[in-house]
Design a protein around this ligand. Sequence first.
Ligand SMILES: *Cc1c(COP(=O)(O)O)cnc(C)c1O
Length: 424
Amino acid sequence: MRQYLEEARGMDRNDPLGVYRDQFTPLEAGMIYLDGNSLGRLTKSTIGHMERLLREEWGGRLIRSWNESWYHKATELGDKIARIAGASPGEIIVADNTSINLFKLAFGALKWNEGRTGIVSDTLNFPSDIYILQGLVHQFGEDYHLDLAPSGDGISVSLETLNSVISDQTALVALSHVIFKSSFMYDMEKVTEIAHEKGALMLWDLSHSIGSVPITLNKLNVDLAVGCTYKYLNGGPGAPAFLYVRKDLQERLLSPIWGWFGQHMPFEFSLRYEPAEGIQRFLSGTPPILSMAAVEPAVSMLLDAGIELLREKSIQQSNFLIKLAEKYLFANEFKLGSPSDFRKRGSHVSLKHPEAYRICKALIDPDTGDGQIIPDFREPDNIRLGLTPLYTTFEDVFKAIQQMHMIVKEKYYMNYSVERSSIT
Ligand SMILES: *Cc1c(COP(=O)(O)O)cnc(C)c1O
């Protein structure tokens, strides 16, 4: 295995993004974090930024800060995220969480496309997204239905299958750009085209792709999108999500939640709701200023690094990981749970094993091997390894595979219970 360790170190030495690793708060000694696709790490600059906000803006300026800097935060931060998503200023706003944003936009789409009664998604989508869509169908009434395109291999969904499920009765196609379990990445251009040909609106959930894959919403004429900021955007636990509505749709789409922050003139305190112009109408109540502030420095760092370079490194890392897995793990009952073609893959890799849960436990245990490795487990047999190019090194990837090799070879996982913890 030695030569691969050398290869990893060589790639780390030549890594133009290597400088960013030090800009994150340090991990415990010997720990390797491969779960940035679930909860991104904390940048050092976030701490100073939050401290200043707490002391000066909240502590010192109090209510005056609303005029001085808070009132437009949700749109300003949205404009920053727009630069990573290929959208224009005024098309993205930060608000609520991904589930609520999906509800707001999918509701707007059903109203906009009244007369059509179908929503299309797929069986690999994130359950919360499916629940939100089921709930909408339930509320809109008996004529409405959610149709889920099936997956042939449990990893991906083919364009042909999708095409056969979308019909001229489909109001909305709502899919995740990158699938949370398998990392399968849809061809955003082709799918958006199919939806449009049939007269449906297209909504993409970018939660697992924003900040790791270049996205060009405007160029592909995408109608709607949502996404979260605590994964590759490193915005912190429960950080607010974002939503995108293409400019020309904004005046024609209504939010189902008519709150004062989405009102045309909230401080007139009029008793009649009139939606704000533009993206602002998709706000409901007071935005979470503190949580939003934590997203800001992290997004700036991503912009500084450049999404193209990040994607390039992420592809190199996932290819390297899969190469090592083929050499050392596939003979030991492991299987690839992600597409082997990097063009169809996001920035995490799933490895399947019948003992995946206990292998994860062994990886996380600091007493196994040389240190602690943090991936995550997704039912029934997936170990997800998140590659976050701002801070993951090639040596991290090497060590993770080496450790997994040891754990299965020595059947070390037998020391752990199959009992599930509440969060895996
Ligand atoms: C992480 C994730 C979410 C998170 O939803 P919240 O409502 O913000 O908790 C939603 N959808 C997808 C596809 C995700 O990956």
